[in-house]
Design a protein around this ligand. Structure first.
Ligand SMILES: *Cc1c(COP(=O)(O)O)cnc(C)c1O
Length: 368
């Protein structure tokens, strides 16, 4: 890769393959693999990544919202796409694009059946989500009978899968809570089978579930963060390769005298002579204000340069005192060695937030 001359997010598809291969080594060959590509594939590039994963034969995709699924269909994704958080206002568009809704409560079930019936559908695939402790979206075990009676009377929909979501799969201190979620889900599965007389596809694990709870892999697993290169623990991080590098360039260098300030609100006041570099990336590009005032850093010629003062909309200033650098030099915000995870932890947040925040203004360069 040539050195960055502007702010760019480089995406390495070989690293995606490495991560997929590693995750697949953790499941049996008959376990299906669903790739979670919501939120622009966690801030990367959903279309390029989904098309590549489709070539690598993943079984399923998931997005959060219908509009995200429509983009994938337009880009040429033909595999099934589960919409994790569909809203009734978009059901018609969802059906027109052959997307498959997560059905999480009675209101959504009734409204979906109504729209699908009006659209002349039969056996339209739906996925039932059950709440086993996350308390976010999902039916409970006591809803099974009423789901059954609603679905018995219609040929409009068919249940393609049932699933649940773990609340703390990455946190081994919460192991007993997670085991309890798994056993609750198993009871739901048993009750489902005795009521409905069959079982659809069953799935529960996200990335950390795949790594930590092999007993909960069921028929399919769902991975997002792992595909993008993070294992949610120091040990597991070693087995993954971060796929994205966020790079920029030094626009200008300033020599700051003792007593001068840097940036808005004069948040930084110098108590000695300093050298700062101004970089064309700001909160509008996804570098949140929490990284300001020394919480975050960038890498310049191999050295850490901490942020000075407040993050601006389009720029940050960093302290390069003692770092051999000049205007035009490349700046690394994160890459495979200086990871988004490390930077995020420094500011008390998580890799998921930092990588999904990289805004659409930042040019994506996909390395094949
Ligand atoms: C986002 C999401 C996932 C992916 O989780 P990771 O921790 O990124 O692997 C899986 N399942 C559901 C329901 C999700 O919302």
């Amino acid at each position: 890769m040539p050195k960055a001359q502007e702010t760019v997010l480089e995406i390495d598809l070989n690293a995606v393959k490495h991560n997929l291969d590693y995750l697949k080594s953790k499941i049996t060959s008959s376990t299906k693999f669903l790739a979670v590509v919501k939120a622009f594939a966690y801030g990367n590039d959903a279309e390029e990544i989904a098309l590549y994963l489709q070539e690598l034969n993943v079984d399923y995709f998931a997005v959060a919202y219908t509009s995200e699924g429509i983009h994938l269909r337009k880009a040429g994704v033909t595999k099934p796409i589960l919409v994790l958080h569909p809203l009734p206002v978009s059901f018609k568009a969802l059906i027109e694009n052959c997307l498959e809704p997560n059905i999480y409560n009675h209101k959504v079930l009734s409204e979906f059946i109504e729209v699908a019936t009006n659209e002349g559908q039969t056996n339209y695939p739906i996925h039932l989500k059950f709440n086993t402790g996350l308390n976010r979206l999902g039916f409970s075990i006591s809803d099974l009978e009423s789901i059954h009676s609603k679905i018995e009377n219609t040929a409009t929909v068919k249940i393609k899968s049932m699933f649940s979501h773990l609340a703390a799969s990455e946190d081994l201190n919460e192991r007993s809570f997670t085991l309890n979620q798994i056993s609750t889900f198993k009871s739901i599965i048993e009750n489902f089978e005795s009521l409905f007389g069959f079982l659809p596809l069953i799935h529960m694990c996200n990335t950390s579930g795949i790594l930590n709870y092999p007993e909960a892999h069921f028929d399919m697993v769902r991975s997002g963060i792992g595909l993008y290169g993070f294992g949610n623990s120091e040990e597991e991080d070693k087995n993954f390769k971060p796929i994205a590098s966020l790079k920029s360039v030094i626009s200008q260098i300033h020599h700051i005298e003792k007593g001068e300030s840097v940036g808005y609100n004069r948040a930084f006041k110098s108590d000695a002579e300093q050298k700062t570099a101004t970089i064309p990336i700001g909160h509008a590009d996804g570098i949140s204000r929490i990284y300001g005032n020394g919480k975050g850093y960038v890498i310049i010629n191999g050295r850490k340069a901490p942020l000075v003062g407040n993050v601006c909309m389009d720029m940050i200033m960093v302290n390069v005192t003692g770092i051999d650098c000049e205007e035009g030099d490349e700046v690394i915000v994160f890459d495979a060695d200086h990871t988004a995870n490390d930077l995020a932890h420094n500011a008390n947040t998580i890799s998921y937030e930092l990588i999904t925040a990289v805004s659409q203004r930042v040019k994506r360069i996909v390395k094949k």
